[in-house]
Write a protein that binds this ligand. Sequence first.
Ligand code: MC0
Length: 158
Amino acid sequence: LQREEAAAVFQRIDHVGVAVPDLDAAVAWYEQTLGMRCLHREVNQEQGVREAMMACEPAAGGGLAGPGGLVQLLAPVSPESAVARFLDRQGPGLHHVAYAVDDVEAESARLRGLGLRLLYESARKGTAGSRINFVHPKDAGGVLVELVERPSPAEGRA
Ligand code: MC0
């Protein structure tokens, strides 16, 4: 990839996912201890999660600190869900890093073409109307990588 092409695909970190056993307790801790705000809550049955999107406040003036980021707290809805397996295996902690992309299908196809395993044949429903796919952690240096295509502003945004 040329530098300009690379900049056009993985645009920014959309959010970081954190697996937690108790969503309400985790939201309270992020609010009261870290001073973050809960922007959005959702149950995603297909992904087997109850989630809460927590926001850092943007740094005044921006600068090197950049805009505030998002942490997605994820609690399992059933013992069979991916997050339940993760909690059983390694306990609460960092679960995935999600990157914003313009076109999740095109980017999934490009990565598949490089030999990476994408978890879904075609994108599925993610938070707040987004469309998502994942790169298997074994093909991404031990990190579960999520691709997120946000809906256009006309379709609504978290
Ligand atoms: C498993 N492994 C991980 C991992 N999960 N490594 C890093 N990060 C993770 N999150 C490692 C295991 O430690 C193991 O390594 C190897 O991968 C295979 O594990 P496995 O026993 O096959 O694990 P499974 O059966 O749990 O499957 C892993 C897989 C699964 C990534 C395929 O979790 C999955 O389908 N995830 C995608 C869906 C998902 O995670 N949904 C929740 C977020 P060793 O070395 O022991 O072999 S939903 C979401 O994020 C939505 C709402 C959104 O953002 O909009």
